[in-house]
Design a protein around this ligand. Structure first.
Ligand code: NAD
Ligand code: DAU
Length: 377
């Protein structure tokens, strides 16, 4: 039996990974380790909470002693590490919390795993430390395009025919790190620690860097759930700057499937980029989102465009992210399962039929935070 700690399992992506592993691998013991910060919510895992192969432990990844004793207690063979502070805007306000959780927390997990695994007769054999990171560590890409061709243009630079790109360059696994926000700087630092534990102690590590995820259970401070909820409440939709920044969007369950594939079949010490070749300018995505929500709510399509409010840009706002995931597709056979319009329709439908989930999160403390955050924009 494999015993696996998944950190951050009551957050957005982590809950999808926990659900996938608990349902797909009844022979594994899945320990969801989460501190339950503002972003962690056990309601995200209601459907699997009573499964016999699932255990929830409320703990802080920075608490080295507790992590070490959990490693021993559950005889852990694998760690899939997602726990983190994840919102760029919060990192601009409070960088220390990001350094603590993302850097020190990751280091404390690595050190606990090392001490426990090195104490076993088989040492690192059959063990795995899989660190989930972000494409933001690579920095920002330009919007360059071939002469005479306006973006988005069809590119042959990647493995996907459908790829419409906003630039000629992409994030590859070999790119140098160049983070700009305190969030991405903290994730970059944690990635370096993970690789250092492989190079120094021979720990079997893997790092993946994924693009923007969307789908059910995302905390509504992030663009897509925030805007769906604001449209429902006829609240302003705060578009940063001119809305021209480009992000590369992947449905969260496709990310969870990639994590499953890589955890089981990825090569030790490798890095894999995960992304759906799905670049969108924010303002274009927002208009698709508005049309989809209006349709679902029975409004005239596009009526909610009047809620669009251009606000002060995010400090250091990265212009464009675009992942090349050819390596993952070619070496491990993973590919995204959904077209974006399909994924967005499913996502809108989920948020509108789970309004209680949304209302529980957005009432009280978060509402005050949100109002404070947007007061001066
Ligand atoms: P999230 O903010 O929704 O969830 C983070 C989870 O970590 C929460 O459950 C929170 O309670 C937990 N956590 C925070 N600090 C903790 C601590 N000290 N100890 C234990 N648990 C703690 O985040 P997400 O969007 O699901 O992202 C998950 C991971 O994936 C992060 O590492 C993030 O950097 C990475 N990632 C996210 C995206 C994205 O688009 N959301 C894309 C690529 C990579
Ligand atoms: O690229 C992967 C990253 O994607 C992850 O590592 C992060 O954890 C995740 O939060 C996400 O980062 P972004 O900053 O790209 O996501 P966010 O949803 O905050 O913003 C998406 C884009 O929309 C970005 O260009 C900023 C813009 N935006 C965002 C918000 C919240 C707005 O214009 N208005 C908003 O209110």
């Amino acid at each position: 039996m494999k015993s696996i700690i998944i950190t951050g399992g009551a957050g957005f992506i982590g809950s999808h990974v926990v659900r996938l592993f608990v349902n797909k691998y009844p022979e594994y013991r899945i320990i969801n380790l989460d501190k339950l910060t503002y972003a962690g919510n056990l309601a995200n895992l209601k459907d699997i909470e009573n499964k016999p192969n699932y255990t929830f432990v409320k703990a802080d990844i920075c608490d080295f002693d507790t992590i070490l004793s959990l490693m021993k207690q559950y005889e852990v063979d694998g760690i899939i590490h997602l726990a983190a502070e994840s919102h760029v805007d919060r990192s601009i306000k409070d960088p220390f919390t990001f350094a603590k959780t993302n850097v020190i927390g990751t280091l404390s997990l690595l050190q606990a795993a090392r001490l426990y695994w090195e104490s076993l007769p088989e040492q690192y054999e059959g063990k795995r430390f899989y660190h989930i990171s972000t494409d933001e560590v690579y920095g920002a890409l330009e919007m360059t395009h071939p002469e005479g061709i306006e973006p988005p243009f069809k590119t042959t630079a990647s493995s996907t025919d459908h790829h419409l790109a906003y630039g000629t360059d992409f994030f590859y696994e070999t790119n140098k790190y160049n983070p700009h926000s305190p969030y991405s700087a903290s994730k970059a630092s944690s990635d370096h620690f993970v690789r250092a534990f492989h190079d120094t102690y021979s720990m079997p590590t893997i790092v993946t860097n994924c693009s923007n995820n969307y789908g059910p259970y995302q905390f509504p401070e992030k663009l897509i759930p925030l805007f769906i909820n604001n449209i429902r409440h006829h609240k302003p939709l705060p578009v940063y700057g001119k809305g021209e920044n480009v992000r590369d969007w992947l449905y969260v369950e496709d990310h969870a499937r990639a994590i499953d594939t890589i955890f089981h079949n990825g090569k030790i010490a490798e890095t894999y980029n995960i992304g759906g070749f799905n670049e969108w300018k924010n303002i274009d995505l927002i208009k698709v989102l508005i049309r989809t929500v209006d349709r679902a709510l029975g409004n005239e399509e596009g009526a909610s465009e009047k809620l669009i409010t251009y606000v002060t840009d995010r400090a250091g706002h990265d212009l464009r992210y675009a992942i090349d995931s050819t390596k993952l597709q070619k070496e491990l056979g993973w590919e995204p399962s959904l077209q974006f319009e399909e994924g967005i329709a499913m996502t809108v439908e989920w948020y509108l039929s789970n309004q209680e989930w949304m209302d529980n999160i957005t009432s009280g403390e978060y509402e005050n935070y949100y109002n404070e955050m947007y007061k001066n924009r």
